[in-house]
Design a protein around this ligand. Structure first.
Ligand SMILES: [Zn+2]
Length: 176
């Protein structure tokens, strides 16, 4: 049995990881490099080089940038290129990854361009929505962000709506 919904959720989180990587570099600077990543159906985790904790405003800016790209509904384009041409075109590569002479380049409009052999959504709009749930340190100079996409974001917004509803009903009772 192929678990299609879980595979779709994993694809959403994977493509969102590319958007997050680009958004971090736009917001914090190009010293930001991917130091590790985990893509699961339920969430994504992204480790990156940066020397200070991110403040609330940084996190909001990063979230906004990623959601902007999701709403732009950009096509996810893949092309196979010679490694030298890919690097010359500005595609980001992982420092300690071994690549062959031909590589696959994944582009999300002009916002993100990375060497990647993974499975993606067709358009950024397929991700639905993006929400950062935690940010912290994992080692000296390495930060970690955990985030949700698609259904994961809907679930936490349903939860906060239920809480808001309970507060509202409580207030309404007191007013009577
Ligand atoms: Zn990828």
């Amino acid at each position: 049995m192929v678990d299609a919904p879980r595979r779709a959720a994993t694809r959403r989180n994977h493509t969102a990881t590319h958007l997050l990587h680009a958004a971090l570099r736009t917001t914090l600077g190009t010293h930001v490099k991917q130091a590790g990543s985990l893509v699961a159906p339920e969430r994504l985790r992204f480790d990156f080089t940066h020397y200070a904790a991110l403040d609330k405003q940084d996190l909001l800016d990063i979230e906004d940038l990623v959601n902007e790209r999701i709403l732009s509904n950009d096509e996810v384009r893949t092309e196979v290129m010679e490694i030298e041409a890919a690097i010359a075109s500005g595609a980001m590569a992982l420092f300690d990854e071994k690549y062959g002479s031909e590589v696959r380049v994944v582009s999300l409009n002009s916002f993100s361009k990375e060497l990647c052999g993974g499975t993606h959504v067709h358009r950024t709009g397929d991700i639905g929505a993006f929400k950062i749930i935690s940010e912290g340190s994992v080692a000296a100079g390495i930060r970690r962000i955990e985030a949700l996409t698609g259904e994961g974001v809907l679930k936490i917004s349903e939860g906060s709506q239920r809480d808001a509803g309970a507060t509202f009903r409580g207030a309404a009772r007191q007013a009577r």
